[in-house]
Structure formats: structure tokens, C-alpha cells
Write a protein that binds this ligand. Sequence first.
Ligand code: DGY
Length: 328
Amino acid sequence: MTNTPLKVIVTRRLPEPVETRMRELFDVELNETDEKMDADTLADAISRADILVPTLGDTVDQKMLAHAGDNLRLIANYGAGFDHIDVQTALQRGIMVSNTPGVLTDDTADMTMAMILAVPRRLREGTMLMQQGDWQGWSPTALMGHRIGGKRLGILGMGRIGQAVAARAKAFGLQVHYHNRRRLHLDTEAALEATYWESLDQMLARVDILSIHCPHTPGTFHLLNARRLKLMKPSAFIINTARGEIVDENALTRMLRAGELAGAGLDVFEHGNDINPRLKGLDNVLLLPHMGSATVEGRIEMGEKVIINIKTFADGHRPPDQVVPSML
Ligand code: DGY
């Protein structure tokens, strides 16, 4: 590597300490306005950068990668999920990709647990009543929700976040069930008191709450399609803090409206911030603006990971969080 500072282009605003450190270390171009880059602006950035730091919402697909200059060698994604990046094409062009796993596990699991509590206990309806000034005082039958202790929680995707949710759920007295591409090591399974289901369909039919934690890949797109959603009990709840594309949002909306599912807590949506209006109108859904990992601490740690990935790469080594083909 030469001593010329690397041209690093960051597509969105990052927490202040992260931007300050980047300014000290690199020839960095920051996005002061925090406006999402349109395709032309992103193409220009990708053509000029040695290292691009994109994030969720920046589509770095095959078409975009065709704009990459010869100098682009690393895409250091700010985020754990990399479904917005065509990693295969990047690798073919000799461009490494890295992400920021691990540091947002606990925050996302906490937010998931908050939804697992909030949806069956009808917190949205309760806060609406208070904010609209409609509360008439305590009554024995008002806003009765469902106890979560003793219920069956199904976890779809038992990676870092799935396991962190399982540990929390166990403390709340939920029975943990899971479906994953690979069964966990038996010691881990025993520690989490988790029951493995090889068949997702069979697990879906038996759980009271389903929480989604698998990545979005071509193989998991609409994994929860209308057929699978129909396998669930009408009394069941769905929580999604992973990716919206895993669930057929229209089918889910139809079933929630028809009372074929009891409720949903959604932090992610199939079409980004373009949310099905019928979903927004439902009392039995809690919708959040993709804030599962939104803590000051977590977002700074994500930035620190990006910096370590870039520095390690600049020193001539593989970034510690390199995305490799076996992860795709
Ligand atoms: C990620 O990093 O992929 C998360 O979805 C952000 O919360």
C-alpha cells in the first residue's frame, strides 16, 4: 500500500465521534446533508472512491458496480445486513465487502423483546388511549392482552440475534423453539433450553409468537408466504426485526385484518418506508421505523468496526469482518 491517504466516501451521516475519527485517519468525503444518495450521486461516489462506506438503503447492485473505478477495492458497509450489496459481483470485480456484525446483537434483541412484550400486551392501544385523552379510568376488562410467560416462542434464524432473543425470552418464561438452516451445537441448545424444528412448517403451526431473525437472501425472500402464514394459529403474533422482504407483507396485512393472526410487531417492511396503508390502520400492529439497532452506543461501535475494517485493509490484510461467499 502507498502512503497516499485512501479516498473514503461515506454515503450517510454517521455518529459524530465516528466522523471525527474518520477525518483524522482518511481522506474522507462525508455526507453533511444526510440525504440518501440518488443513483447518479452514488454512481459518482463509487467511481471516485478507494473505499465506499454505504449503508442500508444504498443499492449497490450489479448495475451500480459497473460504475466502480479501478481504484475501488473495499466496500465497508455500515451495518450487519448486506442484502443491498451484490457481494458476488463485487468479489468478481476484485472488490472486498465487509460489514459490522456483533455490535448490534444485544440492542436488536432488546428491541425484539420489547415488541414481544408490547404486542400481546396491547401497548400501542394503551398509549393511543392516553394520548387521545380517552381513558375513563381502570376497569376489570379493559385492554386485556395476553400473558407471555409459558407461551411458545418460535425463532426463525438462530444466529447471534436469534440466540440473544432466546436468552432473554427464557428469562421471561417463554418456551423457546427454533428453526435454522443448521441445528445449534447441543450444548448451546441445552443452555437456551431451545427445541429445534427441522421443519419450519411444523414449528409455525405450534408457536404462539414467531420472531424473525434470518438474513434476507434469495432463499428467504417471502419465506413467510401466504401458505406458511396460514399454518399459524389465529391467536399467534409475528415480530419482525430482521428484514421486511422475508414476509409477504400483503398476505400478512390481509390476515391481520381478517383476524387470522392476532397481531404483529414490525420494525422492517417489504418496500422500505413505503408501507402498506392498510397495515398502518390496524390496532393490533406496532410499527417501528427500523430502529432495532438505534442506540448511541451501538451506532458508534458500528462505526468503529467500519474504521477497523478499513484500517486493516489499508495495512494490507483482510478486514476482520469480510463478507465471504460461504455467508451468502
Ligand atoms: C443492519 O445493520 O443490517 C440492521 O438492520 C440495522 O439496524
